[in-house]
Design a protein around this ligand. Sequence first.
Ligand SMILES: [Zn+2]
Length: 74
Amino acid sequence: MDTPAIHPYGDNFIPVIPIEQETDIRHSGAYPFCTDPSCLCHEDQSLIAPVSSEVADGLLTPSEALRIVKGEMP
Ligand SMILES: [Zn+2]
């Protein structure tokens, strides 16, 4: 009685989806900030600048802008 050979699953691994793909989706909303506090989008001046200018134009309050940049608002 031979035990059937156990085949390794190596060939059947589903490729890991690159993280960029997921972050791209999260960064494509009305405001390009995600909810990940460690993500660099929250420090990217080119992303923050449009939000700041909306504050300057009176469209947002500074606290709303802060929440947007933190990714707490869509
Ligand atoms: Zn981000």
